[in-house]
Design a protein around this ligand. Sequence first.
Ligand SMILES: NC(=O)c1ccc[n+]([C@@H]2O[C@H](COP(=O)([O-])OP(=O)(O)OC[C@H]3O[C@@H](n4cnc5c(N)ncnc54)[C@H](O)[C@@H]3O)[C@@H](O)[C@H]2O)c1
Length: 261
Amino acid sequence: MPSERVAIVTGASSGMGLALSRDLVNRGWKVAMADINPNVELSKELGDKAEFFKCNVADYDSQAEMFQKAWDKFGRIDALCANAGIVDRSSVYILDHRGSNKIPPKPDLSCTDIDYKGVVYGTQLAIHFMRKNKTPGGKIVATVLNFIRAVSRVLKIKENITTHAVLPGIVHTNIIPQAMIDAVSSEALTPVSSIVSAYNRFLDGDDSLNGEALECAADKQMFVPRPEYLNGGISKRACTVWDPLFKMYHHELSELPDAIP
Ligand SMILES: NC(=O)c1ccc[n+]([C@@H]2O[C@H](COP(=O)([O-])OP(=O)(O)OC[C@H]3O[C@@H](n4cnc5c(N)ncnc54)[C@H](O)[C@@H]3O)[C@@H](O)[C@H]2O)c1
């Protein structure tokens, strides 16, 4: 079974997504490589084990079309590696607007649209398609922590989907300016291979692991601890699902064993 597994990797044309796609193909996976910029050479190199799909993850319809094409091509989706991302393009500090009486221009939130909304869109689409797998379920690994932790328990119980986060340190890819790489001592750089291995720990790991995050810093991978409830049971009560509210929004009960009825 594992040799036939199918992964969607977003942001697959460069950096971590490229390294991950190559590694997955070498380990027997089939990979739907999704990116806004095609990397035709790479998809040729990977042969029939990989197919490139042009997709803008910030656009729900574009991601939906990519998922549908990947499903039509491979007939199953076992994993979503929601890796596509950019760096922030706007400055909330508006330092160059000092002294102006004009309202500052609207911030460019493409980073939120791609790095965050793109993961939410991908998660919803993965749920839809992973339900149709012969054995329903799958794995989602993304680079955003809190959303992944928030959805992990309900997705495990209701959909047999585990969700995890990989949190990269400074990795020498196209997203980081060369001058920044030059300014960082080599021992503070995280190799791309460490990111790939963190993805693999989740993709190949035991299903009892869920909602975890691995911080990859230089040669270390560390599980990120869950924050404590600072005011004990009172804080916990505020963070625990109240099933009537859950039902109001989701039209069924959560099935969480600790939900408040
Ligand atoms: N490199 C680092 O040090 C670092 C650190 C922390 C987090 N990250 C995150 O890791 C992920 C991978 O980054 P990387 O370092 O490999 O960068 P990269 O620039 O090498 O690769 C990112 C890929 O995402 C694609 N992409 C960008 N916008 C897209 C969109 N709207 N739709 C589809 N694809 C899109 C790009 O075309 C590119 O191929 C990103 O989410 C990034 O924010 C990187």
